[in-house]
Design a protein around this ligand. Structure first.
Ligand code: GLU
Length: 311
């Protein structure tokens, strides 16, 4: 009998700013799931979108992960150095007649599209070729009318109609940059990732990614989408909602807060110990079954402090 592939997980931040509590939930969840299962945990910097990136953010993210004791395996992979691989994948899609150039402007798309589950559903205007005199802008991958079903270890099973819910989607943008959907699929396969643990804000990307995996002949990993951390206004914690950067001088209160957010029954005394003690407990006792099966939750802003341990 073939033995199952060894577990390999990853954390794939975009360097648009410093890590905050919301990104730390994905980092800790993916790390613990990997380590608890005796697997590897890789780090990939998704620096694919220079206009959205903040100078120094990638280095800052690495320093924060180190300060939090989140040690990754192997070398950090930078998407900005992997354009040749994405180009190759586009070429493969082209030879399979799954790719086409799109000449539509943002305005034309907004005027001709209906809303889907995650943005506009492109009506396929350029599918049969672009109109004479028009220049290609973006590149899109074709979807078909089939229903795509997958099962998420936390959020349960999900069925999406690719054509009705997303439409033909962009794999190379009008500004020339490769789209997240393409790069993530290429890299997860190239890095041999067996399980993807990330925030539920990305769950609607999963059907598109599975579609690309099938077109490119790549394996589909396991998926586990964690609840997203929301602020008191029920907005996702992010740079746009002014989520506070993490305190790297004092990581334990944040780590305990993240563990509680993820439903883990973490002993509050750990806050008085070392980072090493914390991770020994966390890796040994991580129980994915305790993670709340919801897409988002408001973060308990009271947090955990030393006084809790002395109560
Ligand atoms: N780079 C993406 C983000 O920071 C995450 C991609 C993923 O985990 O698939 O939102």
């Amino acid at each position: 009998m073939k033995s199952p592939k060894p577990y390999r997980g990853r954390f794939a931040p975009s360097p648009t700013g410093p890590l905050h509590l919301g990104s730390m939930v994905a980092a800790v969840g993916s790390f613990l799931e990997a380590r608890h299962r005796g697997g590897e945990w890789l780090l990939r910097m998704e620096d694919l979108d220079p206009p959205r990136e903040a100078p120094g953010a990638a280095a800052d993210i690495l320093r924060t992960l180190e300060a939090f004791g989140l040690h990754w395996d192997g070398e950090v992979v930078y998407q900005s150095r992997r354009h040749a691989l994405y180009e190759e994948a586009l070429e493969k899609l082209r030879t399979r007649d799954a790719l086409y150039a799109c000449a539509c402007s943002r305005r034309e798309i907004a005027d001709s599209s209906v809303s889907g589950v995650d943005g506009l559903v492109y009506p396929g205007t350029c599918r049969a070729g672009i109109a004479p005199g028009r220049a290609p802008r973006a590149w899109r991958v074709k979807v078909d009318g089939q229903k795509l079903e997958f099962s998420d270890a936390i959020q349960g099973s999900m069925v999406r109609d690719l054509a009705a819910d997303f439409g033909d989607f962009v794999v190379r943008r009008a500004d020339g940059f490769f789209a997240y959907q393409l790069a993530v699929v290429v890299d997860d396969a190239a890095q041999g990732i067996t399980a993807i643990v990330r925030g539920a804000d990305l769950i609607e990307s999963t059907p598109r990614q599975i579609h690309l995996q099938r077109l490119l002949g790549l394996p589909t990993p396991e998926y586990l989408h964690l609840p997203v951390a929301l602020n008191a206004q029920s907005e996702k914690l992010s740079k746009q909602t002014f989520a506070a950067p993490l305190d790297t001088a004092n990581p334990l209160p944040t780590l305990l807060q993240v563990m509680r957010f993820l439903g883990q029954d973490v002993p509050v005394e750990l806050i008085e110990g070392s980072i090493g003690d914390f991770w020994r407990w966390a890796v040994g006792n991580w129980d994915v079954g305790r993670v709340p099966r919801v897409a988002g939750m408001v973060v308990d802003t009271v947090g955990v402090s030393l006084s809790d341990a002395n109560e």
